[in-house]
Design a protein around this ligand. Sequence first.
Ligand SMILES: [Zn+2]
Ligand SMILES: [Zn+2]
Length: 351
Amino acid sequence: MTSSVDGDPVPPTTYDHGGGVRSLRVPIPDNPLGHTLVYVVDTDRGPVLVDTGWDDPASWDALTAGLTACGTSVTELYGVVVTHHHPDHHGLSGAVREASGAWIAMHAADGAIVRRTRSTRPARWYAYMTDKLVAAGAPEEHVAPLRTARRRAFPGLSPALPDREIEPGELLDLPGRRLRAIWTPGHTPGHVCLHLEETHPDRLPGHGRLFSGDHLLPGITPHIGLYEDPDDATVTDPLGDYLASLERVGRLSAAEILPAHQYAFTDAPSRVRELLAHHEDRLAGLRELLAEPLTPWQLAERMEWNRPWEQIPYGSRNIAVSEAEAHLRRLVKLGHAEAVTGSEPVTYVAV
Ligand SMILES: [Zn+2]
Ligand SMILES: [Zn+2]
């Protein structure tokens, strides 16, 4: 935010978290999330970014201006550590590398998604999405636009290939710092949190600080849908992955969480407990809805969202169905629901 209305104080675009860590607010155009918090971590070889922000000229300007306000410059950057492949985190990584020669590090599972996004023809993606939605029980009027959209190209989706793999449990190449990768799949298959294993600059109780990406946020539950892969039919359990990752992160007892959206916060274990309870309640609620057999689409229509189903826009409905499917996977895995034999499209019922 750079303008002020009626003399309100302008929120700072950069913030010094102490101990050689600062954050920049990089705007996400036309998105209710508002901005990505990009972190600048000083090292003996130059600053390293944790995430970069959305690929948009205004976001690039905010990033470069923020770096200048921090007393450095994009050309000084030594590396980029990406928490996950989503465009609000990885969008500007390519431009940063071009301006600075910095390396880009990402977990292999998200690196594979980047490679696939770059190489998959739009027609194949649309066909894959169409088949998936039909199988989930989506009505024809929802699927029809995808059938006709097949020939259209995706707008500028060519995410940067990473140069380095983030190895779970390993320290990253940040000379003079101790930053360890914690693999936290769920929101994406290769999401990582990054544990700065250093005493908190204000000596807050706990173990260091955690860059949590989208995995652990103070006031938002991250979207957990199916991992999309046209070339892989493995039955994954992203919600199960996410819940296990949450427990892993809670056990670190970090003194402070530095998330990629909203604001920094403390007492991670209680936020983790809150999120685990939220998902437990949600799964219990869905199990009740499954007293009658439902397709994933019908389940999504009946689930609680931030507004009535009729008001949910087209693209968000696809995300909602993916989320319903992730919950069904979890319920099936727990033995709390099963597919009805012979149903077409497949329906699920509580057991
Ligand atoms: Zn994300
Ligand atoms: Zn995000």
